[in-house]
Design a protein around this ligand. Structure first.
Ligand code: BG6
Length: 484
């Protein structure tokens, strides 16, 4: 990392996201030597009145929880927490932010930072309703003041708006205050190991290059399943629903990386240019390509409206109108309270022409990338059944990360993405035009759901979701394969 004083400000420091994701990620970066105590200070900012120790005590539990509780670990936690300071203030008046700026400046002076060379990172772990006021306060009170190699960057979390117009409004507000190079829109799926592997797989392997197109691929599924409901987050979820929560961002980002053309180079802008082109080639979503569901018991949550029309499950087929993908359905499927927890990409190839083994009924070649948990990828293929008979069976070439990369720890998505923001690498962040194109795809469908024109079908918690979704999958051409 470049040298110079670094102040990381976590706004919304007493909230859930900060405790569960942001601070643990910062701690892991610290442990690996990426945050040097001689340069770094971390400020928590929130409305709650707390002392520095009050925040440290709250964080300690999360940093120790589930980890080895060796004295080494607790000592590292204590040392890390010494770098954390708390500032309390409101999100919509300047007083608190002036105080924050004073604290940051004192830190910079104590580190003998040359004026203007300091780096200030603001992480908004906050509800989007306060983004406009908070970013204005940062702009007015807390910017790095001159241009001697220092910078100010802000990190924002989804939801970025609720539809095209609200997202555009938010983008315009942020855009008036910060340049695109200063804004890091996090989609944590882009920080996952196997999502980051997609470009390598596709463009560094001769196996895939000639096959990755409509001539060979029959259909592609991008699936997210969770085996729990909206526990504790019903209020938020009911306002957004599964399409805004998962599909329009996480799954669509994965789709971009699966479907995009090879970028001219690995420069972040070239990669993001290609992603935008894919999004702009998606056709309007047809009604018959959508199945919505809501699990039974969802509205029992007191924070959810009794007559909620919000889907907790959706299968949506996207069709990309370009030379590579015409006719290949991209089936995006996401659901809460299902029978398993999984996120995977399934690329199903077409039948073998002139099938002399009559193995069609066993299924097709399929390449599966299991994003989590645990990370793995495997290829389903037909082989001769071992033995005297000339019979065929479906088997797998299997790369399971746990076995193959034993002892290698796979970084958390947030850890990687925060490091990228410090390094100034925007490759794994969503650019403004990408965001717009993503909302353009889903806004008409979302408005029809919001207006009650499309209704979710009930499904049992712990099931596969509505059976209609399996019918849709079959109509899209997906063939279930049968392993040995
Ligand atoms: C978040 C959604 O963005 O992603 C949650 O808001 C969801 O509803 C979570 O549970 C899933 O993330 P992961 O990394 O566990 O797949």
């Amino acid at each position: 990392l470049e040298n110079g004083c670094l102040s990381i400000v976590v706004l919304g420091a007493s909230g859930d996201l900060a405790k569960k994701k942001t601070f643990p990620a910062l701690f892991n970066l610290y442990r690996q030597g990426f945050l040097q105590p001689s340069e770094v200070y971390i400020f928590g900012y929130a409305r709650t009145k707390l002392s520095d120790d009050g925040l440290r005590d709250r964080l300690r539990g999360h940093l120790i929880q589930g980890k080895e509780t060796s004295s080494n670990h607790s000592e590292a936690v204590s040392k890390f927490l010494q770098l954390v300071k708390y500032v309390s203030g409101s999100y919509d008046n300047e007083e608190g932010f002036q105080l924050l700026d004073k604290e940051i400046s004192e830190h910079e002076i104590s580190k003998n930072s040359r004026e203007g060379s300091s780096r200030r990172l603001f992480y908004l772990a906050l509800p989007p309703s306060v983004y406009p006021s908070v970013s204005k306060m940062i702009r007015n009170c807390c910017m790095n003041r001159s241009d001697l190699g220092g910078w100010t960057r802000i990190v924002v979390e989804k939801p970025f708006g609720k539809d095209l117009s609200s997202a555009e409004e938010l983008s315009a507000q942020l855009g008036d205050l910060f340049s695109e190079e200063q804004i890091y829109r996090i989609d944590h799926y882009l920080g996952k190991e196997l999502v980051q592997n997609l470009l390598v797989l596709r463009f560094a392997n001769r196996f895939f290059l000639p096959l990755w197109n409509r001539d060979n691929i029959d259909n592609i599924q991008i699936v997210f399943r969770e085996d729990f409901g909206t526990e504790g987050r019903g209020g938020y979820f009911d306002e957004y629903g599964i399409i805004r929560d998962i599909i329009q961002n996480h799954l669509l980002q994965v789709l971009c990386l699966v479907a995009m053309e090879k970028p001219g180079s690995l420069k972040p802008e070239r990669i993001r240019d290609e992603k935008v082109k894919v999004l702009q080639s998606v056709l309007p979503i047809a009604d018959e390509d959508v199945v919505l569901g809501q699990y039974e018991g969802y509205t029992a949550d007191p924070t959810v409206s009794d007559h909620s029309n919000t889907p907790t499950f959706a299968t949506v087929i996207l069709r990309i109108h370009n030379e590579r993908w015409e006719g290949v359905p991209f089936i995006l499927k996401a659901g809460k309270a299902l029978n398993s927890r999984k996120a995977e990409i399934r690329v199903q190839f077409k039948d073998v022409p002139g099938d002399i083994f009559k193995c069609k009924k066993q299924g097709r070649n399929e390449f599966v990338i299991q994003l989590q948990p645990p990370e793995a990828m495997y290829m389903k293929l037909t082989v001769k059944q071992p033995g005297l008979e000339m019979a065929t069976i479906q088997s797998e070439l299997d790369l399971s990360y746990r076995q193959r990369y034993q002892g290698v720890s796979i970084p958390e998505a947030y850890e990687r993405l925060i490091l990228d923001t410090i390094r100034g690498d925007q490759q794994h962040f969503v650019r403004r035009d990408e965001l717009k194109a993503a909302w353009e795809i889903f806004t008409p469908l979302l408005h029809r759901i919001d207006d009650g024109e499309l209704k979710p079908l009930p499904y049992k918690p712990g099931s596969r979701g509505p059976v209609e979704a399996d019918d849709l999958l079959a109509r899209a051409g997906y063939v279930q394969t049968h392993g040995y």
